[in-house]
Design a protein around this ligand. Sequence first.
Ligand SMILES: Nc1ncnc2c1ncn2[C@@H]1O[C@H](COP(=O)(O)OP(=O)(O)OP(=O)(O)O)[C@@H](O)[C@H]1O
Ligand SMILES: [Mg+2]
Length: 260
Amino acid sequence: MASPLEVRNIHKQFPLKDGGVHDVLVDVNFTAEAGEFVSLIGPSGCGKTTMLRIVHGLETPTRGEIICNSVKVEKPDHRRGLVFQHFNLFPWRTVLDNIGYGLEVRGDDKKSRIDRARVMIELVGLEGFGNHYPHEISGGMQQRVGIARALALDPEVLLMDEPFGALDAITRERLQRDISSILERQPKTTLFVTHNMDEAIYFSDRILVFGTRPGRIIEEVKVPLARPRQADTIRASREFTEIREHLWILLSKEMQREDA
Ligand SMILES: Nc1ncnc2c1ncn2[C@@H]1O[C@H](COP(=O)(O)OP(=O)(O)OP(=O)(O)O)[C@@H](O)[C@H]1O
Ligand SMILES: [Mg+2]
């Protein structure tokens, strides 16, 4: 059976102001299997966000293609849900209507939109806040709305770009645990961008380590830690420490190469 997500020979160039081109991604190839959690980690500017935008269909690759369950990605659609770092909620829509936005675009009727949004509100722990506006809830709660909005469409692939990046440490940990338990209950093929090694190990089945100039995969690191994972206990385990050390060496070498 085909993988839910196939990234084939992706090259991406952006034009430079002087008329030249900037090779942002070169020869990126990977797949994600059903229910697999794959993280993209790498130095700033190595093309992680660009990669995710290409998978979503927001950006067109210069060469190569993205195949989502045997269908070539040409533009964004409900098969892939995207969660941004900066929530990207509509300030004039309530929590319920923000969560229902993608369903509305898809053409679902009002009653089924509301029913589905209510289920999502419960899933992400926002009971009682459906009629609040984004400015009336905290950053952590806004990101729960962003996640609920992406999951409402039951996407075949979930894409998250530093979803905890704008949150304080405590909120971040709490939301990490909640997302982890949601995904344990309802496994989703997920691509996750982060700068945080601990977060990548905690969530992932596999980590794709990107290098920069040009952006490319330098190594694929498997995370064979048993699930369900308890954040406190796995961080203390020998396997976790070894993977972390390995990632640290890879990323430090990449930074040194970049500085040279
Ligand atoms: N629309 C664009 N036009 C021109 N250059 C772009 C565009 N989008 C991204 N770039 C360039 O592509 C490179 C990769 O950017 P990208 O945002 O994908 O990196 P990133 O790995 O997500 O970085 P960070 O970790 O800082 O979020 C950068 O050099 C950036 O300046
Ligand atoms: Mg980015």
